[in-house]
Design a protein around this ligand. Structure first.
Ligand code: AMP
Length: 398
C-alpha cells in the first residue's frame, strides 16, 4: 500500500484545504489543556506556507448539536493557539460554511492562513453529505488529509471531499503518512517478540482488534475492565466488576485461538478490588480468585504488575492500547503507572495508541520515552483490525 504524499504533489502557490484534527481537550474556561494535536499538524501547515500556498484549515471540535453556531464549540481558542505557534495572523471564519466564509476563502492570498469554524456546526459533516463535500472542495485546488484521528470516519471533510480532487491534487499530510506507515510496519513487520498490552473498559470496542492481533503477536497482556470478561469466562468469580456476559464465548474463542497458535495470553493474577466505583471506597488487594461478592476490580494488583513487567522484559516491539485500571482516580492508577514505566524503560519499539493511553503516559511523565504516540484511538484500532480507513482509501496510489 502506497499513499500519495504531500511532498510528491505540486502544491506551490496553490490554495490548499487541510483537514486537521484539532479536537483538543479544554477545561471549563475553554483553555486548551493539551495542544499536542495542534502541534502535530504544524509540519504540514508550515510546509504549505513555505510553498506559498493559501492555507485553509478545517477541523471538528467536541460534539455540538449541529445545524447552528455554538460559542462553546467554536474553534476560536484553536485560532489563538495557532497564532502563537505559527507566529502569524489567522483569518477566522465567522460561523458555518456560508457565503461569507466562502468569500473569505476565495479572497485568501498566498501564505495566508484561514481557519474554518467547527465543521460539525454543519449537520451534513457527519452524514458525509454530498452538498457539503462539494462546497468544501470548491474552496481549494488541493486537498490534504492530516487528520488521522478521524480518518476511520466517512465524513464530508474526510471522505466525501476527496472525490472532487484527482490523485495529483490530493494527498496525506506528514502526520497522517507517519501514523499509517508506523502502524503498517508494526502490524506487518514487527521485531519479535511482539507484545501487545490491551486494557480499557470494554471488550466490545476492542474485540476485532484482538482477533486481528492474536495471529500477529507473541504475547497479549490483558488488563483494565476488559480482563474481567476473560476471567469470568474462565469460571472465576469477579463480583461486580465490569463484565460483558454476552462476549464471554468470544473471549474463550480468542484464548483458544491463541493457544493453538502458541500465543501467550496473560490475565491479571490479582486486582485492587473496591466496594464501590469511587475514590473514597474501601479498597484492597485480592487475588483474581478471591474477589469478594459485590466488590469490583478497578486496577491490576502488584503481583500482576510484576508479572506483566517480566513478560515485557524480552519484548522488541510493544503495542499498548488501553489503561490497566481506572487511572483517573489515584487509588486505581498504580497498575497503569507501573506498566507505563515498564514500557518506557524497555529497549523495544514502543507504540502507544488511544486517547486515554496517550493521556496516561503524559501523566506518568513517560511520554518522551515512547517511540511513537498515536494521535488516534479508534483509527489506530481499525488499522490493527486490518481495515482500510475511509479517509485514507482515496489517497492510495497502489
Ligand atoms: P477505553 O476507552 O475502552 O480505552 O477505556 C478507558 C477507560 O477504561 C478509562 O476511563 C478507565 O477508567 C476505564 N477502566 C479501566 N479499567 C477499568 C476497570 N477495571 N473497571 C472499570 N473501568 C475501567
Amino acid at each position: 500500500m502506497k499513499l500519495q504524499e504531500i511532498k510528491n504533489i505540486d502544491v506551490a502557490g496553490k490554495k490548499v484545504f487541510i483537514r486537521c484534527d484539532f479536537n483538543v481537550p479544554v477545561d471549563e474556561y475553554q483553555n486548551i489543556t493539551d495542544d499536542r494535536r495542534i502541534r502535530s499538524a504544524l509540519n504540514t501547515i508550515r510546509y504549505c506556507i513555505d510553498n506559498d500556498c493559501a492555507v485553509i484549515l478545517a477541523s471538528h471540535f467536541g460534539r455540538p448539536k449541529g445545524g447552528t453556531y455554538e460559542e462553546e464549540y467554536s474553534l476560536k481558542p484553536i485560532a489563538k493557539r495557532l497564532h502563537t505557534l505559527l507566529k502569524r495572523d489567522i483569518v477566522m471564519a465567522n460561523g458555518i460554511v456560508d457565503d461569507e466564509t466562502m468569500q473569505l476563502a476565495k479572497e485568501l492570498k498566498s501564505s495566508e492562513v484561514m481557519l474554518l469554524e467547527n465543521l460539525r456546526f454543519e449537520k451534513g459533516e457527519t452524514k458525509n453529505d454530498e452538498e457539503l463535500s462539494k462546497k468544501l472542495a470548491s474552496m481549494a485546488e488541493v486537498y490534504i488529509n492530516d487528520a488521522f484521528g478521524v480518518s476511520h470516519r466517512a465524513h464530508s471533510s474526510v471522505e466525501g471531499i476527496s472525490k472532487y480532487f484527482d490523485i495529483e491534487h490530493k494527498a496525506a499530510g506528514f502526520l497522517l503518512s507517519k501514523e499509517i506507515e508506523f502502524f503498517h510496519h508494526i502490524v506487518h513487520n514487527p521485531k519479535r517478540p511482539f507484545v501487545s498490552i490491551v486494557g480499557g473498559s470494554k471488550v466490545s470496542g476492542k474485540l476485532e482488534a484482538l482477533y486481528n492481533l492474536v495471529p500477529k503477536v507473541d504475547k497479549i497482556l490483558i488488563g483494565g475492565g476488559m480482563a474481567f470478561t476473560f476471567l469470568k469466562a474462565l469460571g472465576e468469580e469477579v463480583g461486580n466488576s465490569l463484565v460483558e456476559d454476552d462476549l464471554m464465548p468470544e473471549a474463550l474463542k480468542i484464548m483458544a485461538q491463541a493457544k493453538e497458535l502458541g500465543v501467550k495470553i496473560y490475565l491479571p493474577v490479582d486486582v485492587i478490588a473496591a466496594e464501590a466505583f469511587n475514590s473514597e471506597a474501601f479498597a484492597k488487594v485480592v487475588t483474581s480468585k478471591e474477589i469478594p461478592l459485590g466488590w469490583m476490580g478497578l486496577d491490576i494488583g502488584p503481583a500482576t504488575s510484576m508479572l506483566f513487567e517480566e513478560a515485557l522484559a524480552d519484548a522488541h516491539t510493544i503495542l499498548w492500547n488501553g489503561p490497566m485500571g481506572v487511572y483517573e482516580m489515584d487509588k486505581f492508577a498504580k497498575g497503569s503507572f507501573k506498566i507505563s514505566h515498564a514500557v518506557a524503560k524497555s529497549y523495544a519499539t514502543t507504540v502507544v495508541g488511544g486517547g486515554d493511553t496517550a493521556d496516561l503516559v503524559r501523566l506518568t511523565g513517560d511520554e518522551e520515552e515512547m517511540t511513537f504516540i498515536s494521535t488516534g484511538g479508534g483509527a489506530s484500532l481499525e488499522l490493527i483490525e486490518g481495515k482500510v480507513l475511509p479517509g485514507v482509501k482515496a489517497l492510495i496510489i497502489e
